[in-house]
Ligand binder design. Sequence first.
Ligand SMILES: Cc1cc2nc3c(=O)[nH]c(=O)nc-3n(C[C@H](O)[C@H](O)[C@H](O)COP(=O)(O)OP(=O)(O)OC[C@H]3O[C@@H](n4cnc5c(N)ncnc54)[C@H](O)[C@@H]3O)c2cc1C
Length: 603
Amino acid sequence: MAEYMSMNTLRFIIHEMLQVEKLCALPRYQDYDKESFDILLDSTKAYADKALFPVFKEMDEQPARFENGKVIVHPSVGQIMKDSGERGAIGSTFDYEVGGLQLPHVLHSAVTHIAQSANNSLPGYTGLTGGAANLIISFGEQSLIEKFVPKMMKGEWAGTMCLTEPQAGSSLSDITTAASPNDDGSYQIKGQKIFISGGDHEYSENFVHLVLARVDGAPLGTKGISLFVVPKFRIKEDETLEPNDVITAGDFQKMGQKGYCTTHLVFGENDNCQGWLVGTKNKGLKHMFQMMNGARIDVGLTAVSTATAAYHASLQYAKERPQGRRVESGGVKNASEEQTPIINHPDVRRMLLLQKSITEGAIALLLQASLYQDMSEAGPEEDRVRYHDLLELLTPIAKTYPSEMGRVSISNGVQVLGGYGFCTDFPLEQYYRDIRIMALYEGTTGIQSLDLLGRKVIMKNGEAMKHLTKEIIETITNAANYDDLKPYAEELKNASKQLQEVIMHLVQYAMKGEHERFIADATVFMDFMSTITIAWQWLKMATVAKTALITGNTTFETSFYENKIHTMRFFFKYELPKIHGLKVTLMRPESLTILEQDQSILA
Ligand SMILES: Cc1cc2nc3c(=O)[nH]c(=O)nc-3n(C[C@H](O)[C@H](O)[C@H](O)COP(=O)(O)OP(=O)(O)OC[C@H]3O[C@@H](n4cnc5c(N)ncnc54)[C@H](O)[C@@H]3O)c2cc1C
């Protein structure tokens, strides 16, 4: 079977870099140890090899579709729901009391990385179900938890998140789906939601939709949005199901992730759709952010996993494809020699190393963010707010960097295959199509960038940024202990200084009341700050690798650690210097994108 991810790299990050075993000293995770983590990783890989990877291409060739009023999906959707329910994988991070396994988020993310690398269309079905169940557990009344959560955790019922409407995509404040109170405490729901992932198919008995809607008379904007649980089928007194006036109007046909259905749902067309309030009235968007933040990390994981699988496919090809000869000293090529595998050409190695540096840097960041989540929920009381702030700050980057740079990475993978990269006999073109959605859903790159610069960087007077800077300085200090890492530590120190300079410069606009100017180049800032963040992760990995080599305390072959240091050096030579150009753009006083009187520029 083709390799689609590296278990060794995953283990290196989990055990040697993040030392997740330390979590087991916390009361919440005391039932786990290194061995049980490894068993989980290995069994997930075995499952992914057997059940997920083999249907990856087939699901693209047999896309989800709407036929005779039904959404048809690949049968493996039913299988993963069932298997995940049996394995306890849906809601594995939940408390024991509600049937969860109290698995650390960082392990859950590692497992998700394995599954998504094998097949980026399938794990979303269970991921959304877990996210929806978690929302009910966190904010719903006990009766709602009892009614819906157990069946969702068993994989019998599916969950979705229903935010988007035709006129309300990025701008959720414009949601119009209505909720009118009934006498029994429930609500009549009326409206339509589009682009709903996993919204309907024949392999789940029921669909539990978490719907954002507006209670009659609610204030305009985000302060008037409430959260409801709206099942496709209502549960009658005798526990049987009856239709709840949720109609599937269609399934969007897409350029990628074709195995993952994307439905158009109509609620209450016959005025017979019942929903139940989850949490506090008018606080629905705030509650929904719990699921959205989790989904943002999941999208980042899906993006990096898709790019990881593409990297491994292009690596394998590069080792096998003979083409041309190496340039010998004097610039001559010996035509009588056999052709060399393309992996030996510097430009091909550059493309492969670019993919390796982007994907491994990104997975390190995602696992780091997940570890911060664990520490924010179960770490020592006095540290929890700090870890929470770090997670909040890094979430938009953890979603966006893999989505944007993962696409660049896969494009280089296509390039490695030459013309074959464009052909359907090889998987690169599918990965290239599949990853394109990641920069769009769960908040576009533009919206994530506004969140990063306009909210997270400045939140609590820059407190989260201070925490991040401290983490970066710690990495720099550790790296500087080794002479050959010192120059890279200096470079990151300089980059971190430039980050502060750019923030100070941009914040001045906000202080002068020029808010649109402040956020106008937020996406450029995202690119700038993400690159520095990934450089931080690489220096951290390189320092751990160096320590292992020097102490001899190694789990893998020496070359594995040397390769990590080499890839860090690659990132610092080819990627980190991009920040200088981005800084010039961010500091330049010209304002060229803000709408003025004359709109004819774009005519
Ligand atoms: C395959 C797929 C699956 C999806 N799954 C779900 C799901 O399960 N549940 C769900 O609720 N939704 C889902 N969505 C919807 C998705 O989250 C939205 O498509 C996305 O948020 C963007 O909204 P939009 O398409 O209306 O684009 P728009 O909001 O119209 O954005 C268009 C462009 O304008 C930019 N833009 C918009 N507003 C601003 C602004 N204020 N400042 C700067 N730039 C701005 C955007 O960045 C973007 O580039 C899915 C979408 C797809 C395609």
